[in-house]
Design a protein around this ligand. Structure first.
Ligand SMILES: CCCCCCCCCCCCC/C=C/C(=O)SCCNC(=O)CCNC(=O)[C@H](O)C(C)(C)COP(=O)(O)OP(=O)(O)OC[C@H]1O[C@@H](n2cnc3c(N)ncnc32)[C@H](O)[C@@H]1OP(=O)(O)O
Length: 298
């Protein structure tokens, strides 16, 4: 089960092995976390402020922070390291790129690959969701750009969403526009935020909401000018961290555990569903058409 099921003290310590280094130089009181694992391409930058206990995780996988297998693996490992670090109580998730938070799942990971690859990819998507949605930390998404599908899912996993007030930035679960279907746990995550009716309409239409629209339906909690997204996230974090951890964590667990358990109970079946769905000829064709259209739009 994700981190919510266990208090930090009982979290596994294996990720604190030699592959994890802490650097104290550079930015005054900031630590720089860098993975030395061979698969790491440093697609994610994590900075933990020791005095506040707040980590900022910046996605920096050019050009659009699409969620590839490598990205997801690095993301989950980085998150788990923070989860077991008792000095870290809060996480701000954001993008290193202006205008794009994340383009969602990397479509090239779902096209023309083997069934084994699809299974490994989907497991990595599940792990990302289980870890982020189930995090014991206070999690705040500083959405500084567009965030379709899997990017929207990441933001929805957080406890609070602050978005740049720019009508050009859009967020939503647009899967049906690609000819694919958001799985039940994407849907459940959205229902828990905006309710059943809005989610149903949104998912059927594959609707992308501009920042003001997303705020109106409650998909994001706060809109601020682009240059205030990070500072506002830090200020909101301070408020959330004023609540005693154990009480807030147990409350979060009470709210989220049923949703998390639903996937945990059928994780393998969900992977099999994904593989049999994504390998259909018609689905492969739809994804290829969508990808070609994306590439031709320039
Ligand atoms: C019976 C029922 C059964 C149900 C079973 C269910 C099983 C489960 C089914 C499957 C579920 C899958 C869930 C999927 C979730 C997803 O996240 S799918 C991905 C959705 N994402 C998108 O639609 C975003 C597409 N991208 C964009 O809209 C734009 O790129 C952008 C993010 C708004 C950025 O725009 P801009 O800055 O103008 O950049 P571009 O020029 O468009 O892009 C730059 C290059 O990046 C490539 N790219 C963009 N997005 C992706 C992506 N998601 N994956 C891979 N690559 C991407 C784009 O093609 C450009 O490439 P180059 O042309 O080579 O530079």
């Amino acid at each position: 089960m994700a981190a919510l099921a266990v208090l930090r003290s009982s979290a596994p310590a294996r990720l604190l092995s030699g592959s994890f280094s802490v650097h104290r130089g550079g930015l005054a009181s900031w630590q720089h976390y860098q993975s030395r694992r061979p698969f790491s391409n440093n697609k994610i930058l994590v900075e933990l402020n020791e005095s506040t206990g707040v980590a900022v995780m910046k996605m920096k996988s050019p050009p659009v922070n699409s969620l590839s297998l490598d990205f997801l693996t690095e993301f989950s490992i980085s998150l788990e390291k923070l989860e077991i670090d008792r000095g870290c109580r809060g996480l701000i998730l954001t993008s290193a790129f202006p205008k794009i938070f994340s383009a969602g799942l990397d479509i090239t990971e779902m096209c023309g690959k083997s069934a084994e690859h699809y299974a490994a990819f989907w497991k990595a998507v599940q792990e990302m969701w289980l870890k982020l949605y189930g995090s014991n930390m206070v999690t705040i998404a500083a959405v500084n750009g567009s965030s379709p599908a899997g990017g929207c899912l990441m933001a929805m996993c957080c406890d609070y969403r602050i978005m740049a007030d720019n009508p050009k930035f859009a967020i939503g679960l647009n899967e049906t526009q690609l000819g694919i279907v958001a799985p039940f746990w994407f849907k459940d995550t959205m229902i828990n935020i905006v309710g059943n009716r809005v989610t149903e309409q949104s998912l059927q239409l594959g609707q992308m909401y501009s920042a003001p629209e997303a705020h109106k339906i409650g998909l994001v909690d706060l809109l601020v000018p682009e240059d205030k997204v990070q500072s506002t996230a830090a200020a909101v974090m301070t408020q959330w961290l004023s609540i005693p951890d154990h009480a807030r964590q147990l409350t979060k667990s009470m709210m989220r555990k049923p949703t998390i358990d639903r996937l945990v109970k059928q994780q393998e079946a969900d992977i099999n569903n994904f593989v049999s769905f994504i390998t259909r000829d018609s689905i492969q064709k739809s994804l290829q058409v969508y990808l070609d259209r994306l590439k031709q739009k320039k």
